[in-house]
Design a protein around this ligand. Structure first.
Ligand code: SAH
Length: 218
């Protein structure tokens, strides 16, 4: 059950969350505004209504989670989204991160490997508002070769390694934001595919994601 009512209380809690994200070091005004605009409680069961604006991950079924707002903001900021950027997201989950990217003006192509989570896109509340999100059921390690290349790629699960097929689907000058490691926490990396095809790697903070798994799960 979802509660699609956005009360003054929700809006107030959302503003407090945005202030917390600023205190934690998020500076991109567009990202902060997108988080202030999108009702995160719409992406969670109504049981989470009162706590939806805490800076925490929450369960969304199938053993998966909606990412912590700080993590969503951090990855979105590293992506430096420009209007009409073609963005591939691995791990649709609750659709919250995809919605933030769509609000920033990206054309979002998002892949989910869990059938039950993928099927939720049929009831996506913002279908009309964000026609710029396209949903795919598949294995993110494969990417979307027929839709690429992409300006940006974001992986929202812990990758055991940098998937070579995703590097291949990145435009020259484009970049990928990806948490990498098989341990409990992962280092956030930004991989830039330079104009000459070589790869530049920048390392950022540690985060904790659910694992990126191979294959599809019906
Ligand atoms: N971006 C999501 C985060 C969901 S958690 C959100 O905003 O809610 C990570 C998601 O990645 C899970 O739904 C999981 O099923 C999915 N996932 C894991 N490995 C994957 C893969 N190889 N391909 C596609 N999705 C994958």
């Amino acid at each position: 059950m979802r509660n699609y009512e956005d009360t003054y209380q929700h809006k107030g809690l959302r503003r407090q969350l945005v202030n917390q994200l600023k205190e934690k070091g998020i500076t991109d005004e567009n990202v902060l505004e997108a988080i202030n605009t999108i009702p995160r409680h719409y992406f969670l069961d109504s049981a989470f209504d009162k706590i939806a604006y805490e800076d925490r991950a929450f369960p969304i079924g199938e053993g998966q989670t909606i990412s912590q707002p700080y993590t969503v903001a951090y990855q979105s900021q590293l992506l430096q989204i420009k209007k009409n950027d073609k963005v591939l997201e691995i791990g649709t989950g609750s659709i919250y991160q995809a919605t933030v990217l769509a609000e920033l003006g990206a054309r979002v192509f998002t892949i989910e490997r869990q059938k039950k989570l993928f099927d939720q896109q049929k009831n996506y509340y913002f279908k009309g508002k964000y026609p710029n999100i396209k949903f795919f059921f598949g294995d993110g390690f494969e990417g979307l070769p027929t839709f690429g290349p992409f300006d940006k790629i974001i992986i929202t699960a812990a990758a055991p390694f940098i998937p070579p097929k995703l590097i291949a689907q990145l435009k020259p000058g484009g970049f990928m934001v990806i948490p990498v490691d098989e341990a409990d926490t992962q280092r956030m990396l930004r991989i830039t595919k330079q104009e000459d095809g070589t790869i530049k790697e920048e390392a950022f903070e540690q985060f904790s994601f659910v694992p990126m798994l191979t294959g599809k799960n019906r």
